[in-house]
Design a protein around this ligand. Structure first.
Ligand code: SF4
Length: 229
């Protein structure tokens, strides 16, 4: 298959997936860019469900950069203690809030460079915030679902998030980068799960190169699986 035909087919498959999941969206509950930034930092190595269980109490108490910057770390640790790496996350959140207050007048900056300069904020977190809160993704968010689905659908042969992101950025136009991630995450959670992909009920099985043989494709090695959400 030529490269241009493969690209056309990938974009057509994304359109079909979007039709299958028209409600695909970020499932981290939040109100505004700051809460989204906090929730996304908390989501590392944790599920969105687990994060959504702790954020209401967290935001009631520390729902602004100013209040979070003054938070006492042990109190914050108690509030997020059911999440993985909660001590490191609590430290990062306080540092991040202090930097927002000191360098950005308590507002969340809308650029990748400024976001990744904040404590605890990596490229993936920054792109979630840019895409969801500002509609201006500067990359594709590659989480475990996007990684697995991209490999199963034959959109990449790469195995690291950075290289997969580069392939997806080349294959899809910038305006679809944000919805691409949400759509793959929705499909990955509801249909093409890591352990039991439901190929017989999948709406793109006719074009998926991994259909009915996907169990071994795009899964992390057992050791990595045991340490990730
Ligand atoms: S056909 Fe199977 S492997 Fe391919 S996207 Fe659908 S569920 Fe996943």
């Amino acid at each position: 298959m030529t490269k241009s035909r493969a690209l056309r087919e990938a974009r057509q498959t994304l359109r079909r997936l979007r039709d299958l999941h028209p409600d695909a969206h970020c499932e981290l509950e939040h109100d505004g860019p700051f809460q989204l930034l906090v929730a996304t930092v908390l989501s590392a190595q944790s599920t969105d469900v687990a994060v959504n269980a702790v954020t209401p109490a967290l935001f009631r108490r520390f729902g602004t950069p100013e209040r979070l910057a003054r938070a006492d770390q042990p109190t914050l640790e108690t509030l997020i203690g059911r999440l993985g790496m909660f001590r490191q996350k609590a430290k990062n959140l306080i540092g991040m809030a202090k930097a927002l207050c000191a360098e950005h007048a308590g507002t969340v900056p809308a650029s990748l460079d400024a976001l990744v300069a904040l404590p605890g904020v990596g490229r993936k977190t920054a792109n979630v915030v840019l895409g969801v809160a500002f509609g201006a993704a500067e990359g594709v968010v590659v989480d475990t679902h996007v990684q697995r689905l991209s490999q199963r659908l034959g959109w990449t042969k790469q195995t690291t998030p950075e290289k997969i992101e580069a392939d997806l950025m080349k294959a899809f136009p910038r305006e679809s980068w944000d919805i691409l991630s949400h759509t793959l995450i929705f499909h990955g959670r509801r249909v093409c799960t890591a352990r039991s992909p439901a190929c017989s009920g999948c709406g793109v099985s006719d074009v998926c190169p991994s259909a009915f043989r996907a169990e071994g494709v795009g899964r992390k090695p057992p050791r990595a699986r045991s340490t990730s959400a």
